[in-house]
Design a protein around this ligand. Structure first.
Ligand code: HEM
Length: 410
């Protein structure tokens, strides 16, 4: 039996690690079954172990203690918000809320949105075609999912921008990452409180005047197991709305890969219907937006040749299993022709599997296909850099130059 002291260390505190973590993860995975991050949390490295960990019941999602380790306490606004999130729930409560939200989301079908996603993507690119250059992280990748989410949720534009404004000042997602400062905590608590107040006001409006939108559907959703309580309603709506950012990060990563791999971009350009699914799954695999899934041992046990105490935490860094050669041939190669049915762990798996996967996938598929159709001979204007110490992998910016092509087709 190994001990934690004998494991190799993953240096999360090193800013350069975040620029390209994959070579180190590959090197460690080739020699070891598990590593430890520099905060003392065990990190399994192989596909089989990681899939088993997330999917099964021997390890479960970390609860609110995950945020408490980052300095948020009972009474803090972010603590209150997170306590009601699906991600920290287990058992009957998790099932109840998941069933209610799945029901409300499935009423808002994704497939009819595809022509609209393409139309919006073209409309954005129309604004940049003359220039032949775009800062594609902010003005395409983050903007397109926002437009799509607005359509999908069926909520008024000015109502959503109130929530956006409230969230803008604090980097809430990165408060789940490995380095959280006092200033981040202060800002995040202030912003999430403003956002929660704003969402509560929107629910009040819908109570008085129901509409055909997600807010009303969540308010009225009911099963035999009950309804959503006030805290759950607030957290759910802001989670669903805020998750467009993960779609945006993945879309930007896809544009980066297609710029680095012009032959793959050409393939997608020539036959978008044939390859867009493969392109989306390959970006999800190679560039997981969520950097790691936090788990804990459901009871004292042995796993990966190590002993775990009950409740001991574990971090599945998705970049390790997603590039395991035991599952994918030549895994460091970006290849949109791989079988898209061979799933990665980027949308989770098992009881907490991503609820927004359908809308995320359609936005990424259509967003990538339209971009390469409109923008040929893609090149970086500046070498892209990744933001370090994040909970969600994202580029600082993505400055691209290209040869504009006519809109044509859908
Ligand atoms: C490419 C974009 C996205 C990525 C990479 C992503 C990733 C993930 C992952 C990894 C999980 C599982 C987390 C865990 O096991 O702890 C998850 C759960 C979740 N996702 Fe997504 N997501 C994306 C888009 C979305 C969208 C657009 C929505 C909303 C419409 C959404 C809503 C949720 C919710 C509510 C959960 C919690 C499910 C539960 O705990 O039962 N996600 N997502």
């Amino acid at each position: 039996m190994q001990t934690i002291k004998s494991l190799p260390v993953i240096p999360l505190a090193d800013a350069e690690f975040w620029q390209n973590p994959y070579p180190l993860l590959a090197e460690l995975r080739a020699k070891h079954r598990a590593a430890v991050n520099d905060q003392g949390t065990i990190v399994p490295l192989h596909w089989d172990d990681c899939e088993w960990t997330i999917k099964g019941t021997d390890f479960i999602n970390e609860g609110i203690e995950f945020l408490e380790r980052r300095g948020f306490n009972e009474g803090d606004a972010l603590h209150t918000w997170r306590k009601h999130a699906l991600g920290v729930m287990e058992g009957p409560d998790h099932l109840r809320v998941r069933r209610l939200v799945s029901g409300a989301l499935s009423k808002r079908s994704i497939e009819p949105l595809r022509p609209l996603i393409r139309k919006q993507a073209h409309a954005i690119l129309d604004m940049f075609a003359d220039k032949g250059e775009i800062e594609a992280f902010r003005y395409y990748s983050m903007y397109l999912p926002r437009l799509v989410m607005m359509e999908f949720l069926g909520v008024e534009k000015d109502e959503l921008s109130g929530s956006e404004k409230a969230m803008a000042g604090g980097n809430i997602v990165d408060c789940f990452g490995p380095r959280v400062t006092n200033e981040m905590r202060k800002n995040a608590n202030r912003c999430i409180q403003d956002a929660m107040d704003h969402v509560a006001m929107l629910y009040e409006k819908r109570r008085a005047q129901p509409q055909d939108d997600l807010l009303t559907q969540l308010l009225t959703a009911e099963t035999e197991e009950g309804k959503l309580n006030h805290g759950e309603l607030i957290t759910l709506f802001s989670t669903i709305f805020g998750s467009g950012a993960s779609t945006g990060s993945t879309l930007a990563a896809g544009l980066l890969e297609l710029t680095q791999n012009p032959e793959q971009a050409e393939r997608l350009r020539k036959e978008p219907e044939r390859w867009k699914k493969g392109a989306c799954e390959e970006v999800l695999r190679m560039r997981p937006a969520i950097y790691a899934i936090g788990q804990k041992a459901a009871r004292a046990q042995k796993a990966f040749g190590l002993s775990f105490a009950a409740g001991q935490s574990l971090s599945v860094i998705l970049g390790a299993p997603n590039r395991d050669p035991a599952r994918w041939q030549d895994p460091e190669r970006f290849d949109i022709t791989r079988d898209p049915a061979l799933w990665s762990l980027s949308l989770g798996i098992g009881p907490h599997f991503c609820i927004g996967q359908a809308i995320a996938r359609s936005t990424i598929e259509e967003g990538l296909a339209v971009f390469v159709q409109r923008c040929h001979e893609l090149e970086f204007k500046e070498p892209p850099r990744w933001v370090p110490y994040v909970a969600e992998n994202k580029l600082e910016s993505l400055q691209l130059v290209f040869k504009p092509a006519a809109a044509g087709g859908g």
